[in-house]
Design a protein around this ligand. Structure first.
Ligand SMILES: [Zn+2]
Length: 196
């Protein structure tokens, strides 16, 4: 089932999300629904706060990036198959010189800005079976993980922009939070959800 994606301005996107355990109700169904929602919106990642749940869960599937001409064949192959569910993730280390990448977010449609992040991460997380893994990533995969990880800490990519850039996009963000935007996937806007 496709779930509505929470738009910029909703308080749930600002919350530090909580850990979950095996007993979280209908977790497998939730994960399936989140994948369906992400694919339906042509996203490469989706975090639980974006469908209104302040829990430490996010998904990544970088296959849409595989066709990027800037990638080497090895990188492209890696993108094609990288699909993973991260539960209770903790980034343990981030290192290297920050690099810029033009990021977007399903909760903030039609806004894209260069965001600076470190290129290498070490992350600990649990998979769907609650087995714990510690893994290292770099490049574009690390980038997508960092973006989604920020969501479970209540941080949006727009929070990381310069105050100048923030001023430039303020009007756009206000419009998104009021639902004054055309999108081709289901969204839930803060102003509307109050009435329900
Ligand atoms: Zn996002």
């Amino acid at each position: 089932m496709i779930l509505p994606i929470v738009a910029y301005g909703d308080a749930v996107l600002k919350k530090k999300a909580k850990e979950i355990d095996k007993d979280y109700p209908k977790l497998n169904e939730l994960i399936d629904n989140m994948y369906e929602t992400m694919y339906g919106a042509y996203g490469v990642g989706l975090a639980a706060p974006q469908i209104g749940l302040p829990i430490r869960l996010f998904l990544v599937d970088t296959s849409p990036f595989a066709d990027d001409e800037d990638l080497s064949e090895a990188e492209s192959e890696q993108m094609k198959t990288f699909k993973k569910t991260f539960i209770n993730a903790q980034i343990l280390e981030e290192e290297g010189d920050e690099w810029a990448f033009n990021e977007g977010c399903l909760s903030i449609p039609e806004v894209r800005e260069d965001v600076f992040r470190k290129p290498k991460i070490k992350i600990q997380y649990q998979d769907e079976n609650f087995d714990t893994h510690v893994e290292e990533y770099d490049g574009l995969i690390a980038r997508v993980i960092q973006h989604e990880y920020d969501h479970i800490d209540g941080i949006l990519f727009t929070d990381k922009l310069s105050s100048f850039k923030k001023r430039l996009i303020k009007g756009k963000l206000t419009n998104i939070s009021k639902g004054k935007i055309k999108i081709d996937y289901r969204m839930r806007f803060p102003a509307m959800s109050k009435k329900r």
